[in-house]
Design a protein around this ligand. Structure first.
Ligand SMILES: [Zn+2]
Length: 591
């Protein structure tokens, strides 16, 4: 409830619920696309009651029900795996079981007080001796620092100081070597049994255990211990050791006689969440087997907070997400009702979709393309609507215009009766659900009215929506969808720009030319796509293959893969082992 006056007003209104019900029904039954209906969808989806539609929450479930009911009342045919729904697993959190224990030397440590496992630790019992390896660096560039020089870690634990000399800050010359996962991977590659992390001088806090996409197990136990425990282990002042490291920039590694032993039990909690999928069949005997996919994500950031993607991370307020992306979802609802009413005009069929968990890494759309409920190769085009509620100056940005031979001309043709300013950009890849389709060689279009000061903040409320602009875009998309559905010629896919984000690309000196799967739980790295004429394709790698080792080193998931990629150099021929239909195949990839 925003404020008191509204509250009394609501009691008054609810006194006569019947009338509201009627008005909503009359609103939704009108197949035409209207500002009033668009706004009523946005108001419902971005209301405080929906609590920001974080996946798996009650508010998200209400949004799913709302979308399914609207599809139903528009006579859209269910196309999920459970009616309109396509359920899939979503990791919601991670908990440490209190059977988790640690003994260092003769001391048994207290869980949460003296130690805590990190979210990417493996589970299981363990024991072994310990080696102090400073910052755990193996740096071969101008810095040249190797804490493992002359150290045999085989079957031992590594005790590593987090951070680097001079502390952790964006300008640190060690910034590329600070990631805990990376430090632990180095120790693992040195055959460490496990890793003990300790904070730098002056910081004696234990980190909070929290779920993050980085939570996939690294394959060895990883624990953070308090400094007093580390001091006991090294039987000298860790302070002095670190000062020596920082002043000399020389490794100070040595064997520790004391043993560690214990057990880790982390429980990854998950829940089933759903995409919402419907289809409006076309009429042409041949073309009706092809699909135009119209989609928008309906999830948002919930109450925000650290690591949520909120741009107001300190505010624990409802992130209503009116523009992001109640606006796109509202458009999908109006489009489905009008297209359904005029289905006799459709030749190709139209799939309407609400994606879940887009803000968590495009999880819903990725799950769909990896588990499609229609034949993915018969998708002629995918149109993604994400943040179309803040049009200014009659302008709409359309991404992906270069991903098919037809798009630019069709957009200009459609615009003759709409006169919008079309800011076209050819690249197919981008920070929303169309990327999941683009990497599967499907022509995509991405409609977007731009970011704004309320983006990813609690203030992204319906009052900020330019409903006139939203209606114009929705009408435009209606006409475009109708002409794509009726056009004899199927858009031909064209690669337009990279198939992964610039951020990912910038960390690596080389590329395999594959699209890694972020959602798969297979052991190893599942491949979602292979770039034409890329190193991987030339070596014979195919979509669906699973990489299990690179250059003789294990690859358990996408993070291991990224870590291995960082170690490789251009021109190297890399022995890579893949699994295809359970069979191991050894390939040489020429980078
Ligand atoms: Zn969005």
């Amino acid at each position: 409830m925003k404020n008191r006056h509204h509250f009394f007003l609501l009691i008054l209104i609810f006194g006569c619920t019947n009338s509201i019900q009627v008005s909503n029904e009359t609103l939704s039954s009108k197949p035409e696309i209207t500002e009033a209906e668009l706004l009523s969808h946005i108001k419902y989806l971005s209301a405080d009651e929906r609590t920001g539609r974080f996946p798996g929450t009650q508010g998200s479930k209400e949004a799913i029900d709302y979308i399914s009911n609207k599809f139903k009342s528009s006579d859209v045919t269910p196309a999920g795996t459970d009616g309109f729904l396509q359920p899939f697993e979503f990791i919601t959190g991670i908990k440490v079981d209190n059977t988790t224990r640690l003994t260092t030397g003769l001391n048994s440590a207290m869980l949460h007080k003296d130690f805590i496992p990190l979210e990417f630790s493996s589970n299981g019992k363990f024991e072994g001796s310990v080696v102090f390896v400073g910052y755990g660096f193996v740096i071969e560039d101008s810095i040249s620092w190797n804490d493992y020089k002359g150290i045999d870690l085989e079957g031992k634990w590594a005790l590593i100081i987090r951070g680097a000399p001079g502390g952790v800050h964006p300008h640190s010359k060690f910034k590329d070597y600070l990631s805990l996962r990376k430090k632990a991977m180095i120790a693992k590659d040195k055959n460490a049994l496990g890793v003990l992390f300790v904070n730098q001088n002056g910081d004696n806090d234990l980190p909070k255990l929290k779920h993050s996409p980085n939570s996939l197990s690294i394959g060895i136990p990883v624990i953070q211990i308090k400094r007093n425990l580390a001091n006991q282990l090294v039987s000298q002042k860790l302070n002095d050791l670190q000062i020596k490291l920082d002043e000399t920039s020389q490794p100070q590694s040595f064997m520790i006689t004391k043993q560690v032993s214990g057990e880790i039990n982390l429980k990854r909690e998950s829940t089933l969440i759903s995409n919402v999928i419907g289809v409006i069949p076309g009429n042409d005997p041949k073309l009706k087997k092809e699909y135009i996919v119209l989609g928008a994500h309906f999830d948002h950031l919930g109450y925000g907070g650290e690591g949520s993607g909120s741009l107001a991370p300190d505010s624990k307020l409802i992130h209503n997400g009116a523009d992001d992306n109640s606006s796109g979802t509202a458009a999908i609802l109006e489009l489905s009702s009008k297209l359904s009413k005029n289905r006799n005009l459709l030749k190709r069929s139209v799939v309407v979709m609400g994606y879940n968990a887009e803000e968590e890494g495009l999880l819903g759309s990725k799950f769909f393309v990896n588990n499609p409920t229609i034949d993915l190769s018969s998708v002629a085009a995918m149109i993604n609507l994400d943040m179309i509620g803040r049009m200014s100056n009659q302008t709409v940005t359309i991404g992906g215009t270069g991903t098919s031979n037809l798009f630019e001309s069709m957009l200009k043709e459609t615009n003759k009766s709409h006169n919008l300013k079309l800011a076209m950009s050819p690249e197919g890849f981008g920070p929303s659900d169309h990327a999941s389709f683009y990497v599967n060689d499907i022509p995509v279009l991405f409609f977007f009215t731009g970011t704004h000061t309320d983006y990813h903040k609690p203030s992204d409320d319906w009052q900020g929506i330019n409903i006139k602009g939203q209606k114009k875009i929705t009408d435009f998309v209606y006409d475009l969808t109708m002409s794509l559905s009726r056009r004899a010629e199927k858009p031909v896919f064209k690669e337009s720009g990279p198939k992964q984000s610039s951020q990912v690309r910038s960390n690596f000196k080389v590329t395999f030319g594959i699209m890694p799967s972020y959602g798969s739980d297979a052991k190893g790295l599942k491949i979602d796509g292979v770039r034409k004429d890329g190193p991987a394709e030339k070596a014979g790698i195919k979509k669906g293959d699973i990489i299990i080792s690179i250059k003789g080193k294990e690859v358990n998931n996408v993070y291991d893969y990224m870590y291995r990629l960082e170690e490789l150099k251009a021109g190297e021929v890399v022995k890579t082992i893949i699994l295809r239909d359970g069979e191991k195949i050894v390939l040489s990839i020429n980078l």
